[in-house]
Design a binder for this molecule. Sequence first.
Ligand SMILES: O=C(O)CCC(=O)C(=O)O
Ligand SMILES: [Fe+2]
Length: 331
Amino acid sequence: MPITVVGLAPHTSAALWQAASQIRADPYTDGDAFAQQARTAAASLPEDGLTAVLDRFASRQGPSSLLIRGVPMPEALPRTPAGSFHRLPEVRPAGAEPVLALVGARLGEIFAYREWDGAHLVQNRYPVASHHNVQTASGANDLVLHTEACFTAYPPDFLALLGLRPDPTGQAVTLVSDIAQALAQLTPAERGALREPLFVFPTDRGSYNHEGRRTTEPVPLLKDRADGPVLEYSTLITAITAAGAAALAALEEALGRCAQSVLLGAGDLLLIDNCHAVHGRTAFRPAYDGTDRWIQRVLLLRRLPSGGRVVPDTRLAHYPTEYIKALALPA
Ligand SMILES: O=C(O)CCC(=O)C(=O)O
Ligand SMILES: [Fe+2]
């Protein structure tokens, strides 16, 4: 199934820019006001073809990922920064944040993880030299297929990824894979195994012991919810039994076969339903000279938890020590 693409006509693009101009708060210093303004602007968008597509996507009647092309961009974009965005001496909006938040807020409430990206409600993603070999969005190796924030208390319902600057070498390609399509290629026994608590992440800080290695507690990957099966997945997961391993291998292969490639150019906005699609990114060779690929992201929840827009990453205690150190996450 090729990815669904919606191209914005110039007048729709202009209307989006106009609506986004109501969002004036700084996303990095005044996140709550920024998100509230985005919510108000999104609710008052004129009903047209685009809002119909977005509302269908948000109600999960459409595809599990959707590419919108022709999102209006600011006239001038600064050079791609070096170093993590939230640690830059000067954190300044790039100008695309309001339009990203506007479309995102039509799908849900913008939120962020306290421990990541300085808890910014818009996350800036570009290659960081010191993360080159780390399994993270700012790394340069293959970013393996994953459910965003799987097995945390608050995995996003949706993600929106906006291309600001494409990879000049064309190598960095975002991957999305439809879960239902992949599951349909598995046997009933394989799907059954995915519903069993047989799956762990290897970590030196886990409480469980599998064949002499520490791991997280075993969990099922597939859960049945009222609105259909929901999968939480990462290629980094391993299984604790042979049946689990066979099911996991079959799933990995099927997700790989179903993966679609999206080269995020400037103004390309990829919407992902995090319950029904997994995503990743191919490896690339950044130059680290200000011309590298740059995307911005918002995470969305259909309903905010009572604590507000900044939530804890409840899996942090189980990340490997080396990973926490490499990314300088709060331990
Ligand atoms: O860089 C990409 O295309 C995807 C990065 C990613 O997985 C994310 O931002 O959640
Ligand atoms: Fe991701």
